[in-house]
Design a protein around this ligand. Sequence first.
Ligand SMILES: *[C@@H]1O[C@H](CO)[C@@H](O)[C@H](O)[C@H]1NC(C)=O
Ligand SMILES: *[C@@H]1O[C@H](CO)[C@@H](O)[C@H](O)[C@H]1NC(C)=O
Ligand SMILES: *[C@@H]1O[C@H](CO)[C@@H](O)[C@H](O)[C@H]1NC(C)=O
Ligand SMILES: *[C@@H]1O[C@H](CO)[C@@H](O)[C@H](O)[C@H]1NC(C)=O
Length: 629
Amino acid sequence: MIHTKGWRKPLAIFVYACLSLSSFVNGQSDAGTTYDAKAQAFEFDLGGVELSQDRFLDNQGRTLAYLKDIDVERLLYVFRTTHGLSTQQATPNGGWDSPDFPFRSHVQGHFLTAWAQCYAVLQDQTCYDRATYFVAELAKCQANNEAVGFTGGYVSGFPESEFAKLGNGTLTNGNVPYYAVHKTLAGILDVWRLTGDNTARDVLLSFASWVDNRTKSLSYDAMQKILQTEFGGMNDVLAEIYHQTGDEKWLTVAQRFDHAAVFDPLAAGKDEFDGLHANTQVPKWIGAAREYRATGDSRYLDIARNAWEFVVKSHTYAIGGNSQAEHFHAPNAIAAYLTNDTCEACNSYNMLKLTRELWLLDSDNTTYFDFYETSLLNHLLGQQNPDDSHGHITYFTPLNAGGRRGIGPAWGGGTWSTDYDSFWCCQGTALETNTKLMDSIYFHDDSTLFINLFMSSVLKWPEMGVTLTQSTTYPIGDTSQLKVSGQGDWTMKIRIPTWASGAELTLNGEPLSDVKATPGTYAEISRTWADGDVVEFRFPMSLRTIAANDDPSMVAIAYGPTVLCGNYGDQTLSGTPTLALDSIKRSSDSGLDFTSTADGKDVTLSAFYDAQGYNYNVYWTTTGNFDQA
Ligand SMILES: *[C@@H]1O[C@H](CO)[C@@H](O)[C@H](O)[C@H]1NC(C)=O
Ligand SMILES: *[C@@H]1O[C@H](CO)[C@@H](O)[C@H](O)[C@H]1NC(C)=O
Ligand SMILES: *[C@@H]1O[C@H](CO)[C@@H](O)[C@H](O)[C@H]1NC(C)=O
Ligand SMILES: *[C@@H]1O[C@H](CO)[C@@H](O)[C@H](O)[C@H]1NC(C)=O
């Protein structure tokens, strides 16, 4: 059919060129077939979707400015010193990349992914050059291993002896060495698959071979003990290397990183998250989803689905983020933990990846993208500071009364990230988020185009000879226009968000009265499309409350998909304000500002994604009911 292999199209070409013919024929095709047999829908190439001018594109622009400005020599510093090479007079970085930080060199993998995505999205030469130069320099580090007494394939900013300490239980400096290795592998993999760079393939497979050599003779128990220390998504990236190469060896290595203490309760349907470090777990579940696709073993799917279900339903705040002080608490403990260190951003970055994976396996289910939209719009979009030309970010998103973005723990400077003195995990994942904002708007199968997110953008669907232009001011406006160029028979499926009762669809100005637009389903339009056809939809928005699971009297306010917050300027709040629901009135159609009264005083409510530079309030106690005439 049109798309027998779900893998991004150009890859097949790269892989063909990179590997021997027999490994392509015997390996990649098998791996690809098993993998794709499980999928009900497929992603488009990153370069197939272009964002048009809107709030999301602005975020992308600021992140791109940072990616192109940052001094690559400084990012190479810890790798070069560790591998005995000249640092070329570069200044060492500060923050989580400083030469004495235990897992220095974790952030560079995020830069590699972000540069590769920048290239894939925009064909940007600067990003391409940075990605391939960096990988070539890593190859030199790898080539010098023998001289510094490391075993073959190792590439890192800290010495290999950290792994021996991890293995013999003497690691005492808080290092998470496999966490950093995961980031580096994932970054190099993305450079390989998004640019086709052969050096990236060689460095990657050699480093993966180092992981194999380091772990293959360990007993199961010894390995499980190592997995007690945060290791990112080692199972995920190795399953992806299997998928990319077709070599079963990598699947075996991936499965060595299956963490039984976390997987077993999930497979049994038990939420045992209370007290666990949150972001340590999420990448393991993404790995489980990918191991399901690689093996067909439904236990992996149960693990990933149950994890998703528990987190989203019992551990997630109204803005789509989870965790407090980086940890999970008892199920439904939400109002109990409204503090200045809620919602670590990496968790949402990883939950979005997991959500996307699970939806690909269950593409009729709108629940996944209802969550995806909530979290992307209300948590991650506003994680970036729009007043900063390099798009710096906040680690936590405080949800205490009178909270403020850019407030964090002392080690985070209590502020926004910086060019050279932060390099937190959340800064790294934000580089990735803001260079792939378009990757989940559209998906397809052989005859269907799914529209999951509502963002101004242009999609090219070459297999169908279709270009689709989405024009919208959503979520400020409640309509979106989808203009089709090209003709043919296919089905358009539009996600109708669960809150969107009364959704209306038109085709070329005429109501589509025979198309069901039920909230929480996909509206399905099957026809022979003609060039110039225009579908328009309207999702009437209204005010609604989102109650904390553990305290129905504590609610956040949303308008359509957008969580609103009160603007308190520089005022501190001593407790939860009480909002008069019947006082809330929208001030203008061109923005998401509302007038309201809380504790007897006027308060402006605005989109939480735009709440930077002031103290805000998200969770309220309330009086009365909405007055939505
Ligand atoms: C891993 O070990 C095998 C067998 O000893 C060896 O052939 C291979 O070169 C090693 N990998 C690396 C990256 O050194
Ligand atoms: C653990 O490994 C480290 C690094 O190789 C080594 O220095 C240390 O002596 C080992 N400790 C034990 C108890 O084996
Ligand atoms: C965050 O909250 C804690 C506990 O209430 C407090 O000690 C700390 O000073 C707050 N930090 C900031 C930056 O507001
Ligand atoms: C959709 O997925 C969610 C999350 O796994 C699940 O709770 C729900 O039952 C699914 N809905 C349907 C109709 O299968």
